[in-house]
Design a protein around this ligand. Structure first.
Ligand code: AMP
Ligand code: ZN
Length: 114
């Protein structure tokens, strides 16, 4: 087992229901959902924080947005709208240090965030 929770999920070592899987990313429902739809989109590559994304990863990040659009259709939140969030380090509220994109939908969100 890795020290990284999301690497373990990527490796299939956790009992996690995967809702999307391809050669670059997996997606699964957040264990503590903050909205009716709350999916985490996680690259298979271990990248600790948004600050650690390098030029070689730009295509991967674009791919994540493509997957987010696909999932927004699947979960029927595309028409009404949704929010994608990536928390970075302490001030951003990051708790798992393997980058991930929260896809949130199914209710009205407020701005500014808390
Ligand atoms: P963040 O706080 O932005 O780093 O997001 C980490 C997210 O991972 C939180 O929303 C947690 O609820 C979620 N999480 C933690 N452990 C699991 C797990 N085993 N399965 C699914 N989601 C998890
Ligand atoms: Zn990892």
């Amino acid at each position: 087992m890795s020290d990284c929770l999301f690497c373990n999920i990527v490796e299939g070592e956790m009992d996690t229901d995967i809702v999307y899987d391809d050669d670059k990313v997996v997606a699964f429902e957040d264990i503590n959902p903050q909205a009716p739809v709350h999916i985490l989109i996680v690259p298979k590559k271990h990248i600790e924080t948004i600050s650690d994304i390098e030029a070689d990863d730009y295509q991967l990040v674009g791919h994540i947005y493509k997957v987010a659009n696909k999932l927004s259709e699947k979960y029927e939140i595309a028409d009404e709208g949704f929010r994608i969030v990536s928390n970075c380090k302490d001030n951003g509220g990051q708790t798992v240090y393997h980058i991930h994109f929260h896809l949130l939908g199914g209710r009205q969100f407020q701005w500014p965030p808390g």
